[in-house]
Design a protein around this ligand. Sequence first.
Ligand code: HEM
Ligand code: ISQ
Length: 154
Amino acid sequence: MGISEKQEALVKESWELMKQNVPQLSLRFFTLILEIAPAAKGMFSFLKDTDEIPENNPKLKAHAVRVFKMTCESAVQLREKGEVVVGDTTLKYLGSVHVKKGVIDPHFEVVKEALLRTIKEAMGESWSQEMNDAWGEAYDHLASAIKAEMHAEV
Ligand code: HEM
Ligand code: ISQ
């Protein structure tokens, strides 16, 4: 299943709005990940030695933004090409980073759920099911590409 032109626009527009509030967005995204899967905490180097999620941690913000951005780009590619083709080296690199950190396939559902809930909360009145499905679709394709690299890694 691909995504429609309208859905691509919904993803892009919502990201344009959300990125104006990166500190809150990244904190919420992360909080939700840990709410759904508390055990994930130990995997993130920037959280290991803290009790609470750092509100203004530059690394956390930068990482969270990359996840959103990559998912948004994946929506554009899905629309244009019907598939996700993040630069080959980027994918290989991401595959190896995640394998090294001990990420396994089911974790991707956790991050998806957290991402979609973050978007729903951030968009409030402007949120729609169609917007949600578009982000979900884009994420699924990106996640599959990363998972494929993770399995190719060894
Ligand atoms: C690191 C993206 C899924 C856990 C990263 C980095 C990116 C990224 C860009 C930074 C790599 C670097 O430059 O060091 C993504 C995307 C995902 C995804 C786009 C899904 C489509 C997941 C999942 C988990 C996870 C499912 C499991 C909970 C981590 C961890 C790191 C990381 C633990 C290392 C953080 C650190 O300590 O520096 N991810 N990720 N990621 N990711 Fe993901
Ligand atoms: C890395 N990978 C997946 C999700 C993330 C969320 C916040 C910060 C870093 C991340």
